[in-house]
Design a protein around this ligand. Sequence first.
Ligand code: SAH
Length: 270
Amino acid sequence: MSSQNLSPQQSSITALDNVRIVLVNTSHPGNIGAVARAMKNMCLSQLYLVEPQKYPHDEATWRAASAGDLLDSAVVCDSLADAISGCQLVIGTSARERTVPWPLLDPRHCMERAYKEAEASHKVAVVFGREDRGLTNEELQRCNLHVHIPANPDYSSLNIAMAVQVLSYELRMAQLSGELTSNEMAEWDVPVAGADDLERYLVHLEETLRDINFLRPEAPKKLMTRLRRLYQRTRLDEMEVNILRGILTSTQYWVRKAKLKDGDSGGDSL
Ligand code: SAH
């Protein structure tokens, strides 16, 4: 692998820096420049070029506009294998259906998945093909997943830089939706409950559900799994956990009282 700069310097490293855009055997240098611009607009920085036909080239620099820094730090490789080396998730893009069925996702779901992995420090590659022939079947079979932009079925092939723009935008949206979620809780008036608080609550909930015979020992365990999933989704704060635990304590108090009363009068428990 030959490169102009193997480790581009970043002012601040984000999950998007774990995502590389790989262009295979691009013929028009203008497209490479347009890709760099599309990427920088969406906060992506890692550009890998596999055997570009004309590169470096003035037209690439011209079309990149103010994204020339991405061209300067682009990594030029001799093979796709070099470009995806060290990547834990490799996504192949395709303008049309292929003969070999492969896990195929739409851009939104695929880029959400890619972003999550990048956030977990996995290296992710999104691979784009030649302007005239796309990626070969062999190249596509080096990918874990395929993504297809659901364009007009009668005219589904986008210009490569436009295809990079669509997928980079979805990555950017995945990043922003994560930030919005955490910002919502950052503005919260009470601290978000920790995993231990939630665990104690769920143990208490299970105990109470047994006390009121809602959870029967012989019943399938799925109930607690579903309730766990529900509470894990909601991101309770500490006060909400306290309120919910208060309700459980009170429920247990009254159940115990009712049971004692039933015992006194010889009746069945609840
Ligand atoms: N004639 C080629 C099209 C290549 S377009 C073919 O039939 O495969 C150049 C590249 O842009 C493709 O290899 C792919 O990386 C990307 N691309 C274009 N349209 C796309 C689409 N609808 N979905 C996903 N990627 C697309």
